[in-house]
Design a protein around this ligand. Structure first.
Ligand SMILES: NC(=O)c1ccc[n+]([C@@H]2O[C@H](COP(=O)([O-])OP(=O)(O)OC[C@H]3O[C@@H](n4cnc5c(N)ncnc54)[C@H](O)[C@@H]3O)[C@@H](O)[C@H]2O)c1
Length: 469
């Protein structure tokens, strides 16, 4: 099987493929004591880090999770590495978990709508917090967090792994060097394909109340990148778009005819829009019948169901303090996955083009989930997987800039992020990649304002959200 040249930039849908190896020899005393809150798919990055490379930095002492089946799956991984037993607490007992297990720091990887409550309570119960993006699904929940940080003075980190991708860091370096001058505008187009994009419509993400819609859940990654790339503060947002493709009244109901390939699969009882949960041991453990029997969480609902409220086709204009302008689009139903960014400055222009998956094709299974699991990308001459950063200054020829990749997820970016979270260096990072809660709120603020603009049809000043930052 060929090595992919890039990693998908979001959840590794296939789950952990190998057991992390605990370090040999005695572990240092006084490691930070961690509770993991929400033991779904995303928790694996943190849990595996604390079993493997970052075992010397911290240990997991408690799980906080309403579904004991999912918590047990993670407990088994940690027990296999270190032995012992870590208790599982329900969400209502978060404070008890922190007190009883002397937790220093909580990692929040629960569903987005719970972040505001859990982060706030963990801070007030005396723990520091690492929270997955988005910091909160809705502006009132973000404000609760801002107030709790101010009140407790505790540390809160929002993890934005995209900053650590070497290609995104390379663009930041180009802009920070000043070679394209002061940034005047950014154009950013993000395409999610019919495997990954569709995944936001198979489970809880499809109800906007759970995650603030893709403008908050997904695009907050992208808005954070722009804020960080240009060192900018978003000021006013106009958004348009909606749900045009998924749902019972989306594209399928407006003249869509299944292709020959879709028909052939349908005849064999396979829905190409579905995820083969049962074919993956880890996904089956987390979301299979045993877990589902506890809480009714269905991982694999039809993307053409009624009642979906999350938008799939979005366009935004964002004005930044100082006058820079962002035009942004998100498509959650594209035939390939990747993004294009153009940054126009007073001295020239930088362009980053990334293809994460050149096409989605289906064979005798439902849609292939993991881009590394098929050879089709190697053969795709028109849209090969890859990344290209081109800089062109006025009156000069274009130059392609090298992107230095490391090993592991996101071109080595995941390892760098985890190092920043678990073992921060005392040396300042010239790229300033570590994100605090203000960055987390600022990234989501564009999505919150965008949502309000979708409702009102008018541009929304970010200050009107009263986020307290
Ligand atoms: N940075 C990234 O690239 C990235 C990728 C994937 C997910 N995420 C984020 O990680 C988080 C989890 O996503 P996921 O894909 O693992 O979702 P998931 O549904 O697989 O897991 C969420 C878990 O939270 C649990 N939960 C629900 N309510 C809870 C509560 N009140 N308290 C504690 N736990 C609760 C659920 O039972 C489930 O086990 C989300 O915030 C998501 O945005 C980030």
């Amino acid at each position: 099987m060929p090595e992919p040249t890039t990693e998908p930039t979001t959840e590794p849908i296939t789950g952990p493929t190998q057991e992390p190896v605990p370090p040999s020899g005695p572990l240092p005393e006084g490691r930070r004591r961690y509770a993991v809150v929400g033991t779904g798919h995303r928790a694996s990055m943190y849990v595996d880090a604390l079993i493997g490379t970052h075992a010397p930095d911290g240990e997991i002492v408690a799980w906080v999770e309403p579904n004991p089946v999912r918590a047990a799956a993670y407990e088994a991984r940690v027990a296999a590495a270190f032995g012992g037993v870590r208790p599982v607490y329900g969400p209502d007992d978060l404070e008890k978990a922190i007190a009883e297990q002397s937790v220093d720091r909580v990692i929040v990887t629960s569903i987005d709508r719970t972040h505001g409550d859990l982060v706030t309570r963990a801070l007030r119960a005396g723990a520091d917090v690492v929270v997955e993006k988005p910091i909160a699904a809705h502006p009132d929940q973000a404000r609760q967090i801002v107030d709790a940080v101010a009140e407790t003075g505790r540390d809160l980190v929002t993890t934005f792994n995209y900053r650590y991708s070497p290609r995104n860091s390379a663009l930041r370096e180009v802009i920070a060097s000043g070679e394209i001058g002061r940034v005047l505008s950014v154009h950013f187009d993000w395409a999610l394909d019919t495997v990954h994009g569709a995944d936001y419509f198979r489970r809880w993400h499809r109800e906007k109340v759970n995650n603030g819609g893709l403008l908050v859940h997904k695009s907050s990654h992208h808005f954070d990148l722009v804020n960080w790339w240009i060192d900018g503060v978003p000021q006013r947002v106009f958004a348009t778009g909606g749900r045009r493709f998924y749902g019972d009244d989306g594209a399928h109901e407006s003249g869509y005819e299944p292709t020959a390939g879709e028909r052939a699969l349908n005849e064999r009882g396979i829905d190409p829009w579905q995820l083969s949960v049962e074919d993956n041991e880890w996904l089956s453990t987390l979301y299979g019948p045993e877990a589902q029997a506890v809480d009714g969480y269905v991982r694999n609902r039809s993307v053409f169901d009624a009642g979906i409220t999350t938008e799939d086709t979005l366009g935004l204009v964002v004005e930044y303090e100082g006058g820079a302008l962002l035009t942004y689009s998100l498509t959650a139903h594209a035939p390939w996955e990747g993004y294009r960014v153009v940054v126009n400055g007073t001295r020239g222009r930088a362009e980053l083009e990334v293809t994460e998956r050149g096409s989605v094709e289906f064979g005798d299974k439902a849609a292939i989930l993991d881009p590394s699991a098929t050879e089709v990308f190697e053969e795709d001459l028109v849209r090969p997987i890859g990344e290209r950063l081109v800089v062109q200054r006025h009156w000069e020829r274009a130059e392609e800039r090298p992107i230095v990749r490391g090993g592991g997820g996101h071109g080595g970016g995941d390892a760098l992020l985890l190092a920043d979270v678990f073992r921060p260096s005392s040396e300042p990072d010239p790229l300033a990649r570590a994100a605090g809660y203000v960055d987390g709120v600022r990234a989501s603020s564009v999505g919150y304002a965008g949502n309000r603009s979708l409702e009102t049809g008018a541009p929304v000043p970010v200050k009107d959200l009263n986020l307290g930052i």
